[in-house]
Write a protein of this length. Structure first.
Lengths: 423, 339, 256
């Protein structure tokens, strides 16, 4: 019994230490973004020699949103002779195919790929589409995104840098006012992009390619074997694949695009679970290659490892709460230092969903927001929700690895009203 | 009873910190999505074009032969309409000028509002201009102070020791006088010389050594590319990079340190540096230059080529020597200077 | 005519910073708050515990109940020696069944998921406590006094931590030292008050109902929710600072 108590206390202390490490990390990011030396992105490079671009839009039952994104891409200022738009109709059962064919007839640069055979899911669809595309640079948007006119140019200019393998822009929820969930997600996105990604870019760590509002070199992607279709977080997988091979992923804060955040809690729950599971799959696959790669600096390795483990932290916290309960009932709460530090530091981190509340606050300050900052305390009610679903995702990922389970792709629901389409 | 009291107190104190957030949720004052300009498209001549577009819209129904009128542009402004206009020296004008033909300003005038001219614009020495859009050639005198921007559909020539404000842009040649300060320049090309001319001094390539077709990285403090080397690949240096005189480098160059390019080097690709870039005289770079530090370009150097837009972008400072030509865009994050 | 500033996109915003200013601000806020907290700890815990004693004091003048003084840091805390209530079997089974039913039924009620999961968590802790009482009723390890000691020690550590965490959070903000200090002080006073209110309430629950609820009180409503006032005050303060900055964009430096 004493051994059990000792193990539990050591576990709690180590978990608390992990929390402290993440606190230092996020505080450093916050400070760096607000007052540190910023690295500018390449959007100010004007170059008339532009590469050819293939824009991919994975779609599964996207009749509500398909027309909107196609309308916007058609009116992009990118030279149309260097642009092809490839919506990937992935086993849709609604009017997605009809809408895409209508656009394709009117605009030759729209070349839909209709998939009704083969494995489903975003990675599989992209792999197939990218094989047959012709553009030098592949750009990916999710179907619910609303790209501004000049975004394609701003994205591809990153690839003038010979070391850049992929780039990522900033995602901004369009449906922010809808309800509490969308308002909280708006805060989360601000924090993740305005602080986290930008700081990682400033400090030359590991900004993430996020799978949408992102671009990568098409030939390089094919050389590296494409997306691993067994991994749900194909974007994170590509990030680590690139870094391990000596390429860089960079973040472009100025390159912004609207998205549609989940509006219902069950949808959000599925999304978190998928992200957690996918990210954890990447962790299992790339932790060792990350540590042993000769192309990555020591700092990048440390940050890369912390990033890989970030979705396992809720699992550690869950175990820690369980351990605390056991210690409580064993009458071992006399030692303040293990329990209180754990509970308090845990609580400190919980408000930001893996990022402290001050990161959220500073992000919204930089964005020029005012009253929405007051919503931050309401994230308290989401803590156990996030903890639960992230833990489930992590456990699923562990079981995937142990039992080599097959992955079934599940898409996020859309909420936009159906739009008409061209003509 | 006591327990109820403390329970109420607990509930109150528990909920109180949430109240501002609940209030914002129920009566939102800041719930709009962050603004993205969906029509945003990078244009180095944005200011001039935007101003012209406002004029076209707002003056469509206005009698352009009239003298002074109040017109709503971005806000209500007094606008003076004139066919040709010559402003005498030491004048101070606090209304918008709309000149359909040529505009001339004598010395030491101050223009507090925007100027549009359908013809040429000639600004005397020591004038101060807020903004100027011209459809023909623009000439700015010595020590002109531009508060915001100047744009022309043709050429722009500035005098010496001007302060060129936020942006100077034109469709054709942009000549910058010596000692002038700038932030953003756009011209085809941007020149820091008074005469036309290639400005490029060919290197001496008699001793070219082809050291192979291999990209390489290095961890030495300085990677030195020997003189008159010919390379056909990307160079990525993790520290400082020195390219000795007379090299021909066909490929992109990137360094995480400082970059020094000696005389007579020819680079066909783009140049990226995490720190400072110093480009010596007579160098030819066909691609873009981008630095997170400062960029110093010595005399007789050419960036880009005719018919193609390239850029020199620095997070900090750009210093241009005499006889430099840049085909396209120059952006100095903090300040730029033509020596 | 003044030089006209063209304000860049928000992605280029940053602020100026001074390590000297940070040190200077931290050296004032944190020690002052610590001194105030340590000086008042003894008195506050004594007052609260004494109040609890009075509430629970039986009429028997030979009562053995009194305050226990425990050393902590540079002073003492006072905790009351009181008798708690062990749960009856009926209560234990009722709580156990109620917890299970709640966990089973809540997802079907249409309550938003975050709240239903939170309630489920609370019920799980209660269930664990009930199970302990069912199988090991005589082994409950804490007296009221022991619980009070743990709780107050935890709270004391949190009160000392608050000025540190808030100083860190406030340090890069472009606002005056006075406003930051007053905000930190207000938060500290609020947290201390909130902590003491909970302390009294928890002891009342334990003495009037049963030890059964000790786990849920500590785990769900104890240190876990101490962050709420911190985050609440922080968010209002930053919102105020942001509003000020928006009225005068000259505060911003730019990444160029």
């Amino acid at each position: 019994m004493e051994l059990v108590v000792l193990i539990l206390k050591i576990y709690l202390s180590l978990t608390a230490l992990v929390m402290v490490v993440y606190f230092i990390r996020h505080f450093t990011f916050t400070l760096n973004r607000l007052v540190g030396r910023q690295r500018i992105y390449y959007q100010d490079i004007l170059d008339s020699e532009l590469p050819s671009v293939s824009v991919f839009i994975p779609m599964h039952n996207e009749e509500k949103v398909a027309a909107d994104i196609l309308d916007l891409l058609i009116s992009s200022d990118y030279p149309q002779d260097k642009l092809e738009i490839i919506p990937i109709n992935d086993h849709s059962s609604d009017k997605t195919k009809t809408i895409l064919n209508r656009y394709s007839r009117k605009f030759p640069l729209i070349k839909p790929l209709h998939r009704s055979k083969g494995s489903r899911g975003k990675p599989a669809g992209l792999n197939e589409a990218i094989q047959n595309a012709v553009g030098e640079i592949a750009i990916v948007f999710d179907a619910d995104y609303l790209p501004p006119k000049g975004i394609l140019r701003d994205m591809v200019v990153a690839f003038k840098d010979p070391e850049v393998g992929a780039m990522m822009g900033r995602v901004i929820p369009k449906n922010t006012p809808k309800n509490l969930l969308t308002r909280l997600l708006d805060l989360e996105r601000s924090s993740g992009y305005q602080i986290d990604q930008q700081a990682r870019y400033n400090l030359r760590l590991i900004p993430q390619y996020g799978g949408t509002v992102g671009a990568f070199r098409r030939e390089l992607f094919l050389t590296l074997g494409g997306f691993d279709e067994d991994i749900l977080a194909e974007d994170t997988e590509l990030t680590y694949k690139l870094f391990v091979k000596g390429w860089k992923v960079i973040y472009a804060s100025r390159v912004e695009c609207y998205e549609e955040a989940p509006e219902e809690w069950p949808v959000r729950a599925r999304q978190i679970k998928r992200w957690s599971r996918g990210h954890s799959q990447v962790m299992f696959k790339y932790f060792w290659p990350l540590l042993t790669s000769s192309h990555i600096s020591a700092l990048e390795k440390i940050d890369g490892a912390l990033l890989l483990f970030i979705y396992s932290v809720p699992f550690l916290i869950s175990l820690g709460i369980f351990a605390s309960l056991i210690l409580f009932f064993l009458g071992e709460m006399q030692l303040i230092e293990s329990l209180l530090l754990f509970l308090f530091v845990v609580a400190y981190n919980t408000f930001g969903n893996f990022a402290p509340f001050n990161q959220l606050g500073i992000a919204t300050l930089i964005d020029g927001s005012t009253h929405r900052i007051r919503l931050i305390p309401l994230i308290f009610f989401v803590f156990v929700f996030n903890l639960w679903y992230t833990t489930l995702g992590f456990i699923n990922a562990a079981l995937d690895v142990l039992f080599k389970r097959e992955i079934l792709w599940q898409k996020t629901d859309r909420f936009r009203a159906v739009s008409g389409g061209p003509g | 009873m006591i327990m109820l009291l403390f329970f109420s107190l607990f509930l109150l104190m528990f909920l109180l910190p949430f109240l501002p957030g609940i209030r914002e949720l129920v009566q939102p004052q800041d719930s709009s999505p962050l603004h993205i300009n969906m029509n945003y498209s990078k244009d180095p001549r944005y200011f001039g074009k935007s101003f012209r577009s406002i004029l076209d819209k707002r003056l469509a129904t206005v009698d352009l032969q009239s003298d002074m009128q109040t017109v709503k542009l971005s806000k209500k402004e007094a606008v003076l309409f004139s066919a040709n206009l010559t402003v005498p020296e030491d004048s101070r004008i606090n209304y918008v000028l709309y000149v359909t033909d040529n505009f001339v300003s004598r010395e030491r005038c101050i223009f507090e509002k925007e100027i549009y001219t359908g013809g040429k614009a000639t600004v005397g020495d020591e004038c101060e201009i807020r903004a100027l859009a011209a459809d023909a050639r623009v000439s700015l005198g010595n020590k002109t102070n531009v508060i915001r921007w100047v744009d022309s559909e043709e050429d722009i020539t500035t005098g010496d020791e001007c302060d060129l404000g936020w942006s100077i842009s034109c469709q054709k040649k942009l000549r910058i006088g010596s000692g002038s300060k700038f932030r953003r320049l756009f011209g085809m090309p941007v020149l820091t010389c008074k005469q036309d001319g290639d400005g490029y001094l060919p290197g001496h390539y008699t001793d070219i050594q082809d050291i192979g077709d291999t990209a390489f990285k290095t961890d030495s403090e300085w990677l030195i590319v020997p003189p008159s080397t010919k390379l056909n690949k990307v160079i990525i240096a993790t520290q400082n990079l020195l390219i000795k005189y007379g090299c021909i480098l066909k490929g992109d160059i990137k360094t995480y340190g400082n970059l020094i390019v000696e005389e007579g080097v020819r680079i066909t690709g783009n140049v990226f540096a995490e720190k400072d870039v110093a480009i010596a005289a007579g160098t030819r770079i066909l691609g873009n230059i981008f630095s997170q530090g400062t960029i110093t370009i010595a005399s007789q150097t050419k960036i880009g080529r005719s018919g193609m837009i390239k850029s020199a972008v620095s997070r900090k400072e750009i210093v241009l020597g005499r006889g430099v030509s840049i085909f396209g865009y120059v952006l100095a994050g903090k300040k730029g200077r033509a020596s | 005519m003044k030089k006209s500033q063209i304000y860049l996109h928000r992605s280029h915003r940053k602020l100026s910073f001074s390590w000297r200013k940070l040190l200077y601000e931290s050296m004032i806020s944190v020690p002052v708050c610590w001194i105030l907290t340590l000086l008042s700890l003894h008195h506050l815990t004594r007052a609260a515990s004494h109040y609890l004693l009075r509430l629970n004091m039986p009429l028997d003048i030979n009562s053995q109940f009194h305050l226990v003084e425990t050393p902590l840091l540079f002073g003492h805390i006072h905790t009351p020696e009181l008798l708690g209530k062990y749960p009856t079997p009926l209560l234990t089974y009722a709580v156990f069944v109620f917890s299970i039913l709640t966990i089973a039924v809540i997802p079907k009620t249409g309550i938003p998921k975050p709240i239903s999961i939170w309630l489920s968590f609370v019920c799980l802790v209660n269930m664990a406590s009930a199970l302990f009482s069912i199988f090991l009723p005589d082994l409950f390890p804490y007296t009221i006094q022991a619980f009070c000691e743990i709780f107050l020690k935890t709270e004391a550590a949190i009160w000392l931590f608050i000025p540190v965490i808030m100083s860190f959070s406030f340090l890069p903000l472009p606002s005056s030292l006075v406003s930051k200090f007053l905000t930190i002080l207000f938060t500290l006073i609020y947290a201390i008050t909130f902590g003491l209110v909970r302390y009294i309430l928890f002891v009342l629950v334990l003495t009037n109902f049963s030890y059964l609820f000790m786990a849920v009180l500590f785990f769900c409503f104890g240190p876990f929710i101490d962050f709420i006032p911190i985050v609440g005050v922080y968010s209002v303060y930053v919102s105020y600072v942001s509003g000020k900055i928006n009225r005068d964009l000259r505060v911003w430096n730019w990444s160029y």
